[in-house]
Design a protein around this ligand. Structure first.
Ligand code: FE2
Length: 306
């Protein structure tokens, strides 16, 4: 895409939805290591140890899926420029940029991606003091999405939102970046739109292992891992949340040098490409099934022509 493409800023977080998902708050606080930021009854917001006022949300809803994925923009000018770009390049925006009325403030807008997921872009959200605790997640590292249209969805994230390809895993996955992180979004070839997993970043490998230890002491071992991925070079340990979503602890995600990085296609033929430490092995059929997720209809009904 042309050099003047406006790029989406860093991933701030994600709000999930599902039946009685609010009731899983204790799991996220005590086991997973997040802290309550605000309880709006309908939606619970949790923070990590970084400076975002919230990184994860739980919204009670009859449907399992994503309420919205939240990205940062540097200022109002870039919010408005991105909004124009999305309109010009065939994306579907949900209204004009405006003050966000959810209590955390900020200025931004929302749109729908090709699978009708809601994406939110904001600036001017007040940052908060970080917490010095290496055993709790600091931020959302990345969100991995299953899509029935890999090519079309990849093209949309690149052309309309300014993401760049960091790597491919065979013809099954594409890793997309919007910051120095190797990937903030990754797409997996799927039969329908759904959440594959959401990854939470620990500040270092010790915090990563100790977080796995906390989970183990509370009775839950990883459903896959610990191991270390090839693409992104990040350690992984996957768990299943009480609502049936796959969640990951990770750390040390590869940082991309824009001048030097060349995307490659990682073969799946060599196990060490997928499992650098050779500790994890491939995911079990049961784990693969949970990662396929439950069909997420998204917000198709918000399209004017739906
Ligand atoms: Fe991941």
């Amino acid at each position: 895409m042309s050099a003047e493409t406006i790029r989406v800023g860093a991933l701030r977080g994600i709000v999930m939805r599902g039946p009685a998902i609010n009731e899983t708050l204790a799991f996220y606080e005590e086991n997973w290591g997040l802290k309550l930021a605000r309880d709006d009854k309908d939606t619970i917001f949790l923070r990590g140890t970084g400076n975002e006022p919230f990184i994860y949300g739980l919204k009670n809803d009859p449907t399992y899926g994503i309420e919205y994925i939240h990205f940062a923009m540097p200022d109002r000018q870039s919010v408005e420029a991105l909004h124009r770009q999305i309109g010009d390049r065939g994306g579907y925006v949900l209204g004009e940029p405006a003050e966000i009325g959810d209590g955390f403030g900020g200025y931004g807008f929302e749109m729908l991606d090709p699978d009708d997921r809601r994406l939110r872009f904001t600036c001017e959200i007040g940052i908060i003091d970080p917490i010095d605790d290496p055993v709790r997640p600091r931020k959302i590292s990345h969100v991995v999405l299953n899509t029935p249209d890999m090519g079309g969805t990849e093209k949309f994230y690149i052309d309309v939102l300014g993401f760049r390809v960091s790597d491919y895993s065979a013809d099954q996955m594409v890793f997309l970046r919007c910051s120095t992180d190797h990937h903030s979004i990754a797409l997996v070839r799927g039969n329908y739109p759904s959440v594959n997993h959401v990854a939470f970043e620990l500040p270092n490998i010790d915090g990563f292992m100790r977080s796995i230890g906390r989970m183990k002491q509370m009775g839950q071992v990883p459903s896959w891992g610990p191991g270390r991925h090839g693409p992104g070079d990040n350690p992984f340990a996957y768990f299943v949340s009480p609502s049936g979503f796959v969640i990951e602890f990770t750390s040390e995600l590869q940082q991309i040098d824009e001048q030097a990085h060349i995307a490659q296609i990682w073969s799946r033929d060599n196990p060490e490409n997928m499992d650098r430490w050779m500790t994890a092995g491939p995911p079990t059929p049961a784990m693969r099934a949970v990662m396929q997720g439950r069909p997420d209809p998204g917000f198709r009904h918000l399209r004017a022509n739906s």
